[in-house]
Write a protein that binds this ligand. Sequence first.
Ligand code: FE2
Length: 161
Amino acid sequence: MGLNTDDDVQYRTLSNVGKTNYYFNSIDQPSPKTQKTESTMGEFISYLMVCRNVLHAMHLKTTGVSSYATHKALNELYDSIAESIDEISEAYQGYYGELLTFNFETGNEYLSMKPVDYVAQILKHVEECKTKYNSNSMIVNEIDVLIKNLSSAHYKLKFLS
Ligand SMILES: [Fe+2]
């Protein structure tokens, strides 16, 4: 379950891990190793919860000359992600009438990244996840708020830090 590689950003539902239909495996289909499985909103929210924690840890670890802009930008970002987590989850649960199932990674592997690179990685992943909800503009609008806040933080980390 690698969320940490740039080119292969994907995640799987627990129920689909290891489930591969070899009978229909042909050259037209991706090999079992690269086959992407449907992700769930619960996993997306779990991913965001890990991001929020990692960004908070990065905020606390920020030191050095002109680090205040980074410290501040990370604070604003993890606060806004916490808001988005709540808004998206409650709207989704209410609209579809089902409760989300969470599934967490530790996020430890992201702690050594530069905050600006980590935020860029989150942005890319969130953009990819958004495409799964094209049929529901309410969810897309909420994810766009998240994308706006990630973009704003990326700008501050890249140009003001
Ligand atoms: Fe703080």
